[in-house]
Ligand binder design. Structure first.
Ligand SMILES: NC(=O)c1ccc[n+]([C@@H]2O[C@H](COP(=O)([O-])OP(=O)(O)OC[C@H]3O[C@@H](n4cnc5c(N)ncnc54)[C@H](OP(=O)(O)O)[C@@H]3O)[C@@H](O)[C@H]2O)c1
Length: 282
């Protein structure tokens, strides 16, 4: 668990907007100094100035493409050069990918997996040993409500969030007796630029959503309680339980209505398999 917020350092990836920028604001409000990592340097510089004025926060900005396979090594080396101990790591940088198979390029799939999955895991394994040595520290890995089931038309993204959830829960169990905590944050639809960038511009306006402020407040409270995962919002939490009572076939078929593209290749034109019964016990 973290020793103290005050005068300790947090590393936040994806800190230039949305949930990451909100983590920066709330942690600065609690007295933490920040290492902010993302690609948009100007956005982070604006945020750093604001937080410094308001809270006296020291901010170090790292402009970096975290989808680069070498990125987490370079980021960790930069932290070593700063000679600070990371008390809290927020692995938040992530992107979505929503659409039909024909409009999804393998390059985009690889980019998403590099960022959402490989960099997150790599950075976690670089930062954790120091925390275990000091016997305090915390990691929040941002996953999603989508982690609890497969989601049609966002297959890669949803599967990447399942990785993050399982990865974090397993580490939580490994390290909890050694003073350190790892938690997966699984937000539902949150008011950020995420869906516009993921390929469904305007989608957010037509759906219920929560604010990043609420998501981050709930996340920090859950981390303080040393929970292994948190789903902010009781309705979202109930939905994650509901899928446990459905067959896997029903759950994945239900998911189709969320992101079914307006102009879709008709299913009748798709090749029908002789046995289209899904998979289950023989
Ligand atoms: N919004 C939702 O409804 C929702 C729901 C569940 C989970 N999430 C998760 O929440 C996390 C934050 O997303 P958000 O909703 O806050 O969306 P957002 O406002 O688009 O934030 C995404 C952040 O990730 C950074 N990022 C993206 N690609 C990057 C790259 N290649 N290298 C470095 N940084 C990169 C972005 O910074 P730059 O563009 O400056 O690099 C930005 O700071 C994501 O992991 C997402 O999967 C969001």
């Amino acid at each position: 668990m973290i020793d103290s917020y005050n005068d300790r350092w947090a590393l936040i990836t994806g800190a230039s907007s949305g949930i990451g920028a909100e983590f920066a604001a709330q942690l600065a409000g609690r007295g933490m100094h920040l290492i902010l990592a993302a690609r948009r340097k100007e956005k982070m510089a604006e945020l750093a100035t604001e937080l410094n004025t308001r809270h006296g926060t020291r901010c170090h900005i790292v402009a970096i493409d975290l989808a680069d396979p070498e990125a987490s090594r370079r980021l960790f080396e930069e932290i070593r050069r700063l000679a600070v101990d990371v008390e809290l790591l927020v692995n938040n940088a992530g992107i979505g990918l929503i659409g039909q198979i024909e409009s999804t390029s393998p390059e985009d799939v690889r980019h998403l997996l590099n960022l959402n999955l490989l960099t997150l895991a790599d950075l976690t394994y670089r930062v954790l040993p120091g925390m275990l040595h000091r016997r305090h520290g915390a990691i929040i890995n941002v996953s999603s409500q989508a982690a609890f089931q497969p989601v049609a038309f966002m297959a890669t993204y949803a599967a990447s969030t399942s990785f993050t959830l399982h990865f974090s829960e397993a580490l939580w169990a490994e390290v909890r007796s050694r003073g350190v905590t790892v938690m997966a944050l699984c937000p539902g639809v949150t008011r950020t630029d995420f869906f516009d960038k993921a390929g469904v511009p305007g989608w957010l306006e037509k759906h219920a959503s929560v604010t990043p402020t609420k998501v981050v407040r709930k996340a920090l409270r859950a981390m303080e309680k040393r929970r292994q995962y948190v789903v902010p919002g009781w309705k979202n939490y109930l939905l994650t339980l509901l899928v446990r009572f459905m067959t896997r076939r029903t759950a994945v078929n239900e998911s189709k209505r969320y992101f079914r593209p307006k102009k879709q290749i008709p299913e009748s034109e798709a090749t029908k398999q002789p046995n289209d019964m899904g998979h289950g016990p023989e």
